[in-house]
Every structure is written in C-alpha cells, then in structure tokens.
Design a protein around this ligand. Sequence first.
Ligand code: OAD
Length: 230
Amino acid sequence: MNLVILTGAGISAESGIPVFRGSDGLWEGHRVEDVATPDGFRRDAETVHHFYNLRRSRLLEVTPNPAHLALAHLARHWPGRLTLITQNIDDLHERAGSPDVIHMHGELLKSRCTHCGAVAPCTTDLSRASLCHACGGIDVLRPHVVWFGEMPFQLGLIEREIQQAHLFAAIGTSGRVYPAAGFVSLARSCGARTLEINLDSTRSSPDFDEILSGPASETVPHWVRELLDS
Ligand code: OAD
C-alpha cells in the first residue's frame, strides 16, 4: 500500500517551533511580505537574514517530538511505499530518523547562492557579508527556503507520488497555502483515502474522509500503532 504523508508547522509545534499564522495575521511580529518574499529580500536583506538567523539558532536548540519519532518508526516498519513531504523548513524529521524527506518549502539549515546556485549546509548566521564558498561571491547568499511567489521544490515528484497513493495523510497543516492545500483534492481524485490529523478543524477538513483531532505528539504515535497493527 502506498502511503503519502504531508506535514506542516503543527507537527513541530510541540518541539517549540511556533506555527505560522498568528491571530494577528503576522509571522512572529513581521509582515509576511517583508520577510518571506523575493521583493522583501531585495528591499532589506539584513532584516530578512536577521529573521531567519533567529529561527535557525532556535531550531538548533529544539528536538524532535513523539510525532516525528513515530513517523520515523513508521518509515522503518511500513511494508509498502512511504513518501514523506513536509512544508516545514526545520530538520526535525531527519533528526528523528526519517529518510528521504521531501522539503517542498526548502531547508533552513542550508544556504543558496543567488549567483552560482550552490546549495550548502548552513548552521551559522547569514548576512550580506557572507561568502559563497563555491564561487567566492560576497552578498550573494540567501536562506534555501521557498518564499511567497516562488515555486515549491520537487512538485513533479510530489504529484506523481500522490497520484499513486492509496492513503494520503495531512498532519498539522492549516491547508491555507497552495499548492500543498490542493494535495488532498488531487489524492481523492486519484482514489486515495484521505486523513487529516490536526489540533483543530481547518478550512480543508471537509475535503478529508477521516479526521483525527488532538495534539500531534499523541495522535500521530496512536495512528502509527494502529496502521502497523492493521
Ligand atoms: P500553519 O501555521 O498555517 O498551520 C499550522 C496548523 O497546525 C494549524 O492547522 C494548527 O491547528 C495545527 N496545529 C498546531 N499545533 C498543533 C499540534 N500540537 N498538533 C497538531 N496540529 C497542530 O502552518 P502550515 O499549514 O504548515 O510556507 O503553513 C503552510 C505554509 O505557510 C508554511 O510552510 C509556510 C507558511 O507561509 C512558506 O514559508 C512558503
């Protein structure tokens, strides 16, 4: 049986990484246009670097929670094909032991050179003075993340995996950002059973066949146990 899992910010919330959409519409006090768009970066690269530097240093202090660990356990024991797609830019799935994670919105612990395209590991602060070790350029590095107005990574592969899925599960995502928000409809139209796991109901909830409500650290391990027993 082919299983496709999509995760969002909710799976990392209990590790201490805040979700995106605050009730004030701001992203940790910033307007999204200022810190998560190519225009925002062109206007004020230092502010954008500072925003991601804070997130990167915080990421290095947190650890995977039981939901990440349960999905890694599932990957080790699932007899069929399992594809794990995340919208998260953290590396908590990898640290929990999940292999081959598809980071459709990029990775915070990598930088990308806007001059030569080189992608490199990045665990320290970036600034306009940072040097690209591949081409020697200065003031060329940006976080290797997808901003609004940019194309998510590996969409072709993701769509192929969803088209072949028997079960599609979305965990901890609000279903407000496309194209990920449209994956459930694609999965359903291709015949997959669909499951939403979330703390609350979302605007996508009516599109799912089944809903599992509660904190991911409890619901995901429970779901994984049931799946492996079934
Ligand atoms: P959101 O912040 O929009 O939604 C987080 C979801 O997680 C909500 O539906 C919450 O109900 C749920 N949630 C919160 N805590 C939870 C918990 N402990 N257990 C289970 N669920 C919980 O985050 P995403 O849907 O991931 O894109 O956001 C999608 C994209 O929007 C992000 O990848 C990012 C952002 O703009 C880019 O940066 C391109």
